[in-house]
Design a protein. Structure first.
Ligand code: PEP
Ligand code: MG
Length: 580
């Protein structure tokens, strides 16, 4: 039997299933007498307190080699725990309905689940699982059950955990206790379980829906974290096939790890710059581990999220300075906040917007809030004295927006001069090319900037009119669509002609299946998630641009999306290219 879910990565594991029970599964329900109500409320409050103590303890004892996101995720869980909806409203239910604490918490959880399910924003909807993970821990405390995964659990090298869901706090134990893999019934691609799974590099598949119901304790299972498949009770032939794939995956990983200090130079001697995309200061650890040539995109908007107030100039200055210092002389490109659409801070939303991605987002929001924009600019300019810093403006669609950005930059510099601050007077400025209008008139825009970076995630969305976050139309989201490639080719050629640096920082840059195509189209700077660096470098080392160009030109002349895939296959097959 095979079950299909969302692949999280980590390769392939073969082992024995260990089913994790959920405390929330069968909840006791009984009436509480008036005389016992206050004791019942106290029991609930004690469980909340115990949960808080445990989470605080776990946050303090995170192993050094654990994923950098772990602390932040546990902090988020602590925040959820103290929210009135979890810590207070169940008390009201106990009082009003005279029921036991577990039942009150169950009722409240059902209500919260319903509310989460109606949220349109996928990222926020996914936080339902965070809420459920916190509640699960409170349940365990109420029922006097063991809360820590590693205790009472014999974990072996071939243990495969089958869980309804796993909280970040559960994964704290994964570094000290070896497990072969984990799978969960819940969670989506942006769930914290998925993010941690990726960083932990343990084979994992999430969102399997019914794995716990269909698998028996101790059964043999195969977890394929590459394709998102879970195979239960495999036959000997399947086992042999997967053993071979696991061996291949491991040796591939070992080979990639050796490339850390190798320069990304093609077979015909052309040096390629490999930069990293980051979202937090902590990401710099992965950047340095994978030896990137610098930061090509710091998505600064994440520092404006998950808080009620705006970070002031000094707070931003400190944070940018930390990143720049960690980059140790390598360039850091800070993109000014790109909020709105799919990244909304608490203080901002577009409730009446029919198409938020076409609304007040990115640079439009910055230009509408000039004080906020200039505060960020001043912080970047000041941090710029600590290293090589570049400022990049997102979502530019016209020359007039670009001119307004320059005017604000000028004002920000004058303000710093008045205040006697040191700052990077000659900071290089660039723009993201992610709206088709900008791609088409890139020649004009380039006259006013030092560099450009192509945001293919949005460029594809806006060119093909396909929501980048919608599962329903994901089959139409095609990076190799002829229209997208023609726009990219125009941008690369124009930048080359005008002798201005151009990079790609959208997901296309980190997709090893597209590396040769982009090289053949003339791209020499790639910016990607740190985890993609070695895979892309490997392809670069085995590519000869001279051989690629003719095949790429053929692909660019093609107008048939189906044929595009075929031609790409040829580009990715070096034997075919060399023989041609
Ligand atoms: C892009 O649009 O390709 C990009 C890199 O920006 P973001 O994904 O943050 O919108
Ligand atoms: Mg974008």
């Amino acid at each position: 039997m095979a079950l299909y879910g969302v692949p999280v990565g980590g390769g392939i594991a073969i082992g024995r299933a260990h089913l994790l029970q959920q405390s929330m599964d069968d909840v006791p329900h009984y009436a509480i007498d008036d005389a016992d109500l206050s004791a019942e409320i106290e029991r609930f409050e004690e469980a909340i307190k115990a949960t808080r103590r445990q989470l605080e303890q776990l946050r303090m004892s995170i192993p050094e080699n654990a994923p950098t996101e772990l602390g932040a995720f546990i902090s988020l869980h602590l925040m959820l725990l103290t929210d009135v909806t979890i810590s207070r409203e169940p008390v009201d239910i106990i009082k009003a309905q005279k029921v036991n604490a577990e039942w009150a918490l169950r009722r409240q959880t059902d209500k919260l689940t319903e509310q989460f399910d109606t949220i349109e924003d996928t990222y926020l909807r996914e936080r339902k699982h965070d809420m459920l993970q916190v509640v699960e821990r409170v349940f365990k405390n109420l029922r006097g059950q063991e809360t820590e995964l590693a205790v009472n659990l014999e974990l072996f090298d071939d243990t495969i955990l089958i869980a309804a869901d796993l909280a970040p706090a559960d994964t704290v134990h994964f570094k000290d206790n070896r497990i072969a893999a984990f799978v969960t019934d819940y969670g989506g691609p942006t769930s914290h379980t998925a993010i941690l799974g990726r960083s932990l590099d343990i084979p994992s598949v999430i969102s399997l829906h019914h794995a716990r119901a269909l698998i028996q304790e101790d059964e043999w299972v195969i977890v394929d974290g590459i394709d998102g498949v879970l195979i239960v009770q495999p036959d000997e032939r399947t086992l042999e096939e997967y053993r071979e794939r696991a061996r291949e995956y491991k040796s591939h990983k070992r080979r990639l790890n050796k490339l850390k200090n190798t320069a990304a130079t093609t077979e015909d001697g052309i040096n390629i710059e490999i930069l990293a995309n980051i979202e937090t200061v902590e990401d710099m650890t992965a950047v340095n581990k994978n030896t990137a040539d610098g930061v090509g995109l710091f998505r600064s908007e994440f520092i404006f999220m998950n808080r009620d107030t705006l970070p002031d100039e000094d707070e931003q200055y400190q944070l940018y300075s930390r990143i720049i210092k960690k980059a140790a002389g390598k360039p850091v490109t800070i993109r000014t906040m790109d909020l709105g659409a799919d990244k909304n801070p608490r203080w901002f939303g577009q409730p009446d917007a029919l198409n938020p991605a076409l609304g007040l987002t990115g640079i439009r929001l910055c230009l509408a809030e000039p004080v906020m924009f200039r505060t960020q600019m001043r912080a970047i300019l000041r941090a710029g004295v600590h290293g090589e810093v570049r400022m990049m403006w997102p979502m530019i669609a016209s020359l007039s927006e670009l001119r307004q950005c320059h005017a604000h930059l000028q004002t920000a510099k004058e303000q710093l001069l008045e205040r006697n601050h040191h700052f990077a007077e000659n900071i290089k400025v660039g723009i993201m090319i992610e709206i088709p209008a900008a791609a088409m008139m890139v020649g004009t825009l380039l006259k006013y900037v030092d560099f450009i970076s192509v945001g293919t995630n949005d460029l594809i969305q806006y060119t093909l009119a396909v929501d980048r976050g919608s599962e329903a139309v994901s089959y139409l989201y095609q990076p190799t669509h002829p229209a997208v490639l023609k726009l990219l080719a125009h941008v690369f050629r124009t930048a080359q002609r005008m002798n201005k640096p151009v990079s790609v920082c959208g997901e296309m840059a980190g997709d090893a299946a597209l590396t040769r195509l982009l090289l053949g189209m003339g791209l020499r700077r790639f910016s990607m998630h740190p985890a993609s660096i070695l895979g892309v470098k490997d392809v670069i080392l085995h590519s000869s641009i001279e051989h690629l160009e003719a095949h790429t030109a053929r692909l660019l002349r093609n107008d048939d999306p189906a044929r595009a895939e075929e031609l790409l296959e040829k580009i990715n097959h070096p034997e075919t290219i060399k023989a041609a």
